[in-house]
Design a protein around this ligand. Structure first.
Ligand code: C2E
Ligand code: CA
Ligand code: CA
Length: 668
């Protein structure tokens, strides 16, 4: 798989939402805790302040008793009572002597024996000796134990004096009171002790602010959490959708190529020990494009969808397939032996053909048998594809297994591509010349430049081993330019040496006819050497005619207008050519060597050749016959008034130095 593509898919798969959800909850808990702490702290702070205030009040009351004696006792007590009245939080004040006997208690009455009760009580393991003062008017109770004041609910409950209950003793039973503290302070002043009972209440309204702030934080957090959760969920849902989309084929709605690569790789990885035999298949319907042209692309896509459904049903467990492109499918199948695999494929083809009952459909299948340990499914599929490409385009169900030969071919292709740029720089491409001899005088009348690659390690390489590869990868454009330049330079040199020159033709691959300024481009190369255009001939194959007619016609016209000789190469090979002759005005027609091959058809071939020569003469074209190997062929061509003859009969293509030795000695 492509590295970048691989990484992107992995990244997508790695995006889990759990970390963000857990993160959210951790954050929320921290924030809630924080707001609770804030609320608690501010409540504690308020209470603290209240306690401090009551302490201050106690000190104030104690200070009133500083000069206490029998004579001013009444006044001071009255002042204290007045102070108690205006101060809500002071519940009661009592004076006790050093021993703890009450002297006076707020409310104006001195304690009597009725109010003072001595009793012992067991508290845990101890027995406590207590004096208890009951303050009926104020409903307050306190007790003094060894100069320490103790208020204990349990004791109160256990003694149940005067049927007083806890509630009406201690709290004001106010619904607004949230927290209630009873505090006794004992302040020694001279010979007496002042006891101040503080009734500290925390009211609801006092903690509204901190609760509101804390609550607000919590509410905000909740809103944020909900928003975040919703967005996380939607991201998650979108991610699921996207992932599904990534692996879904637009035409069939089923698995696409990426799914095939992912699932196939994982199946092959799991088969590490070779439990199953696997085969990667490339299956394609023949003539799918023609089908679409006749019946429409929509029908074509429907057909593909039906194929997909048929194939899906044919799959077993631990197998996978996907629609690749056009009418092509990638399939990973398990098999037991080659025959069983072949049977299975034939059965699949039969069922695919049955999709359209009124039409015979043909398929090509390339098969790669996976070796244990191989898991780069894209590479393996490529092998299956190569195998399928080796099949002829004939409409017949065919199956091809990838073999070592194909692999060799592929390796060769790779080597050629690796070495080609360096070869051009190092001038490893050599020009060979093959003479064209005039049929009448049997003397040199032209030559064709043919390339040879003298490779540093491979040695001599003929063009059929690299030209088709260059035609596919575009390098042919550079090579043809190089050949043209070499020929222009060579002609320029010969002309400057005063030698007689004949037109030399170079091959112009059909790939050039995609550029509209081809004629200008050719002129620019040739004009660098200042050679007359009519010593250069350009051989085009008529197959270029099927690409972009307009560009071809324009280019040919332009080239002829500036004086180049233009010829049509391989005339009669492959497609019917008569129509192209109608529109294309060219100078030379090269009759393909095929007409002179094969003993049984020779007579018919000769007949056609004589007719073509006749036709070409009427259209004012020169005729070159290619691939002429025998005297008889030469005689026939002379008789038919063919102009030039090129072939092994006269000479094979040869290095320029040999060519000069053989033909080029004569000065003008
Ligand atoms: P082509 O342009 O048709 O070239 C003629 C081919 O026929 C040459 O093959 C030549 O050696 C061969 N030939 C000539 N006379 C005879 C004969 O009597 N008998 C037999 N059996 N063969 C004969 P070559 O040189 O191997 O080139 C093969 C093809 O490679 C060429 O076919 C041409 O299409 C391509 N090619 C060669 N050089 C170049 C180039 O520089 N540029 C481009 N674009 N194509 C080139
Ligand atoms: Ca040629
Ligand atoms: Ca040819």
């Amino acid at each position: 798989m492509h590295n970048a593509k691989d990484k992107r898919i992995k990244k997508l798969k790695r995006k889990r939402i759990w970390p963000s959800v857990i993160g959210l909850f951790v954050l929320l808990s921290i924030m809630c805790l924080l707001s609770i702490i804030i609320m608690g702290a501010s409540i504690v702070d308020i209470m603290q302040r209240k306690v401090n205030q009551s302490l201050a009040r106690t000190e104030k009351i104690a200070s009133l008793y500083e000069d206490y004696n029998d004579s001013n006792a009444k006044d001071i007590n009255e002042n204290v009572e007045a102070y108690i009245k205006i101060s809500d939080e002071i519940g009661a004040v009592a004076l006790v002597d050093k021993e703890g006997n009450p002297i006076w208690i707020s409310g104006g009455e001195y304690p009597t024996l009725d109010n003072l009760v001595d009793f012992d009580v067991t508290y845990g393991e101890e027995v406590l000796h207590l004096k208890l003062i009951i303050v009926e008017g104020e409903n307050q109770i306190f007790k003094i134990d060894n100069n320490e004041l103790v208020i204990d609910d349990n004791i109160l409950n256990s003694i149940k004096i005067n049927n007083l209950s806890e509630n009406n003793i201690f709290s004001e039973n106010d619904a607004n009171v949230i927290m209630h503290l009873n505090q006794w302070f004992l302040v020694p002043v001279g010979d007496i002790q002042v006891l101040v009972f503080n009734d500290v209440n925390l009211y609801g309204y006092e903690i509204i602010m901190p609760i509101m702030i804390g609550g607000l934080i919590i509410v905000l957090m909740l809103i944020f959490a909900i928003y975040y959760l919703v967005s996380v969920i939607s991201v998650f849902v979108n991610m699921r959708k996207m992932t599904r989309l990534i692996y879904t084929d637009v035409v069939t709605g089923g698995n696409n190529w990426l799914h095939f690569v992912k699932k196939g790789t994982s199946l092959l990885k799991k088969n590490r020990k070779g439990k199953f035999n696997y085969a990667v298949l490339h299956l394609q319907m023949r003539k799918y494009r023609s089908f679409c042209t006749c019946l429409g692309v929509r029908r074509g896509e429907e057909l593909i969808e039906s194929f997909y459904n048929v194939l899906k049903k044919k799959l077993g467990t631990k197998e996978v397939m996907a629609h690749h492109e056009n009418a092509q499918f990638a399939i990973l199948l398990k098999y037991t032996d080659k025959q069983q695999l072949l049977n299975r494929i034939s059965e699949i083809e039969k069922e695919l053909d049955a999709v359209l009952p009124n039409m015979k459909l043909y398929f090509g299948v390339g098969v790669y048998q996976v070796e244990v340990g191989e898991k780069d499914i894209e590479q393996l599929y490529n092998n299956a594809l190569i195998a399928c490409e080796m099949l002829s385009e004939e409409a017949d169900n065919q199956i091809a297994f990838f073999d070592v030969e194909m692999n060799k071919r592929k390796m060769w292709e790779r080597k050629v591509e690796d070495d080609m740029d360096k070869a051009l720089q190092n001038k490893e491409f050599k020009v060979y010349l093959q003479p064209k001899i005039s049929a009448r005088g049997e003397k040199l009348a032209g030559a064709e430049a043919l390339v040879r690659w003298i490779h540093p390690s491979e040695g001599f390489i003929p063009p059929n081993r690299f030209i088709p590869i260059f035609e596919q990868n575009g390098f042919i454009l550079k090579l043809d330019d190089y050949m043209l330049e070499e020929i222009a330079a060579q002609q320029a040199q010969w002309i400057s040496e005063g030698k007689e020159v004949v037109p030399i033709s170079v091959n112009v691959s059909r790939a050039h006819f995609t550029r509209e300024d081809l004629a200008e481009h050719i002129c620019a190369i040739v004009d660098k050497y200042n050679v007359p255009h009519n010593v250069i001939e350009l051989e085009l194959t008529e197959s270029a005619f099927f690409d972009d007619k307009k560009v071809l016609l324009n280019t040919v016209n332009k080239l002829r207008n500036v004086g180049f000789i233009v010829s049509m190469d391989d005339f009669g090979a492959g497609y019917s050519s008569l129509n192209s002759l109608k529109e294309l005005k060219i100078d030379v027609l090269k009759i393909d060597a095929d007409f002179f091959r094969g003993a049984s058809e020779q007579e018919r071939g000769m007949l056609i050749v004589s007719e073509v020569i006749d036709l070409a003469k009427k259209l004012n074209m020169k005729i070159v016959a290619e691939g002429i190997e025998s005297r008889e062929q030469v005689d026939f061509l002379v008789e038919q008034e063919c102009d030039l003859i090129q072939g092994y009969f006269y000479a094979k293509p040869m290095p320029i130095s040999d060519f000069v030795k053989k033909y080029g000695g004569s000065d003008e």
